[in-house]
Every structure is written in structure tokens, then in C-alpha cells.
Write a protein that binds this ligand. Sequence first.
Ligand SMILES: Nc1nc2c(ncn2[C@@H]2O[C@H](COP(=O)(O)OP(=O)(O)OP(=O)(O)O)[C@@H](O)[C@H]2O)c(=O)[nH]1
Ligand SMILES: [Mg+2]
Length: 207
Amino acid sequence: MELGAQKLQIIILGDGAVGKTSILKMYAEGKYTSSHITTIGLDYIATKYESPEGKSIDVKIWDTAGQERFKTITYSFYKRAQGVLIAFDVTNRESFENVKNWIDSIENYAKKDIQKVLIGNKIDLTEKRKISNHEAQNLADEHDIPYFETSAKLDKNVSEVMQFIMGKVYDTSQKARSDPQKEEEIRGSQLMPTAPPRKEKSDDCKC
Ligand SMILES: Nc1nc2c(ncn2[C@@H]2O[C@H](COP(=O)(O)OP(=O)(O)OP(=O)(O)O)[C@@H](O)[C@H]2O)c(=O)[nH]1
Ligand SMILES: [Mg+2]
């Protein structure tokens, strides 16, 4: 049975200021800003994935807020995501330690077959680096998650990681589409609610 227009849904998670928005902005717009504009609640970018058969598939990538106070909003968006990027900052050990918590939350709130990728961002800050490639790769291996290192600032590995997750999500969704039992689930995933993008500058935040 043929389903309606296919749309892939991906979410990016990780502590505040690890560079989630910067990665997505570099991918979608080829732009980088050095100021930290904290994501409030939820935002998204829309892009396309060219499938190996030459189909152009709509992709929505949800940009979440790392701050604790927005976690409830984020959880409500886990359920329909088919792919998740978990990002940490290679110069910030706490953000790396918290990867385990992000993985736990995915296990608690997301679909079982969600495709995961771990990203160590800010690799341009060589002198300040606290987490080696080896240490991060070990954690990724423990959880059986592919690991990529990126620099949103230098546009290093950004399109590679995005293409990788979209490819994984597309392959999984193709398999699911040929399984009639999963049909309803796919339809549901195309009905993800849209949140208006809202941003505020962290410097001005009085909260
Ligand atoms: N040196 C360097 N700085 C980066 C890189 N990526 C992001 N940053 C900086 O890190 C800060 C935080 O980046 P954001 O993309 O806003 O981080 P975020 O994870 O979206 O943060 P929240 O929305 O608060 O959760 C900004 O000042 C960015 O300019 C990178 O690859 N290298
Ligand atoms: Mg952000």
C-alpha cells in the first residue's frame, strides 16, 4: 500500500551551548555565528534528502534547548523522531558525562528503532580539548552508536554527519514502510506538531 508524501523526522539533543544550533545552521544555511543565542523551547530546520534512488525526501530536524527548564517540551517530541543526534562539546567534560543521561532519556521516551549518532563538536579548539577521540569512541562503542567529530565553526564533518543520519533514517523508514504493521506508526510520525521558532539572546535573559 502506497503511503502519502514521506517526511523524515530527526531531533538533535545535548547540553546547552555544545553547538546544536550552530551545526544545524551551518548545514542548512552555511552560516556560523560566534555569539550564543540560547534556543528557547524548540526550533527546527527543514531540508531535503536525496535518496539513492534519486527521490527528494523532506526532512525536518528539530533543534532542542539544552537548558534543563525546557526538558519537558523536548521529551514530548522524542516519540515521533526516527533519528537522533546527541551532541557534546569536546572542550566540556560535563557535556560529555551527560551524554549517558541523554541516551537514557532516549531509551525512556523515544521509539525503540530510533537511529542514533553521537557528535563531539568544537574540534577546532584543539588546545582546550578535554575529551579525546579515543574516549568518545569508547563511549559510542559501548552504546553501539556511530561517532562523528565536527566543527560547526570550520564546517568540518557537518554535512557528512547530516547525510549519515538521514541515510540511516531513510533506510529504516523504507524497511518499516514495507511492513504493514508499522504503517500506522509512519503516518503518526508525519503529524508531528509544529512549534513556532522563538529565540532570545542569552545575554539579555533576566531569568
Ligand atoms: N569554537 C567553536 N565554537 C562553537 C562551535 N559550535 C558552536 N560554537 C559556539 O558555541 C556557542 C553555543 O553554540 P549554540 O549552537 O548556540 O549551542 P546550542 O547547543 O544550540 O545551545 P542551546 O540552544 O543553549 O542548547 C556559540 O557561542 C557558538 O558560536 C564550534 O564548532 N567551534
Ligand atoms: Mg541552540
